[in-house]
Ligand binder design. Sequence first.
Ligand code: CP
Ligand code: NVA
Length: 303
Amino acid sequence: MSAVRHFLDIDQLDAGTLRGILDRGSALKADWRNGERPQLFAGKTLVMIFEKPSTRTRTSFQVGMQQLGGMVVVMNEKESQLGQGETVADTARVLSRYADAIMIRTDAQTKLDDLAAYAGVPVINGLTDESHPCQIMADIMTYEEHRGSIAGRVVAWSGDGNNVANSWIHAAVKLGFTIRLACPDSLQPPADVLARAADEGGDVQIVDSARAAVDGADLVVTDTWVSMGDKNAEMRRQVLLPYQVDAALMAGAKSDALFMHCLPAHRGEEVTDEVMDGPQSVVWDEAENRLHAQKGILSWCLE
Ligand code: CP
Ligand code: NVA
């Protein structure tokens, strides 16, 4: 690993590092609960680049930096020279002269990789078409707060084999839990992600129905049927209909199973109100934990 601590993807970090980040995030959460705000990031600046919309990622990173004494600059692609043809590499070189870390939300993973290759400061993946590692760090924190270690547990994914699903697969391999995915044939997780997980001995199971995925599961997860930038919205809604998480599907999981969704949710599509607002749902804790898990990530990157 290079001397610069990039947080690009869960599959690029070892289990000890991931555990350290989670522990750090939990400790900072405890501080926050006690009204303490250690000024860890005093004098540090995070630049955030958004090429796609965001509510949680933008706000939680900004609030997290500010609570710990840091500063934030937000750049939207269309309002910056990046959107006018300046290269990612040149942008990385320039921003590294101002900032202590750069977070980017973009489409192609190659842009993230280019940014990291040319930046002299840590780069954080705030979502690409292929992954969403900050989200899954918050999700693991949330699961473990409610139910203890995720190692050995069964996580069910019902829906699109998308960027969030990929990061769940990465986490399953690194942290030693089973992920069981039910996705339509046309929306399976990418073959390279599955092949790499298999090579590394991950317990990643592809099953042919939502019911089979949730059978005896400890956690049920889904996500939007139409991700930012996806085309063919109508086709997606049709093929994903059998993968909706409703109360009947939740009943197939363990009786104490939790429900998670990275949000934003499309109620009545991938999840019903009954599940979103029901007793097994921990989606608001999950959203809150973006703040705490990302403080752990920032702390590791800036150390
Ligand atoms: N879950 C998540 O990343 O939400 P935003 O798109 O609002 O940032
Ligand atoms: N899969 C979704 C996640 C949003 C946080 C998307 O990429 O739009």
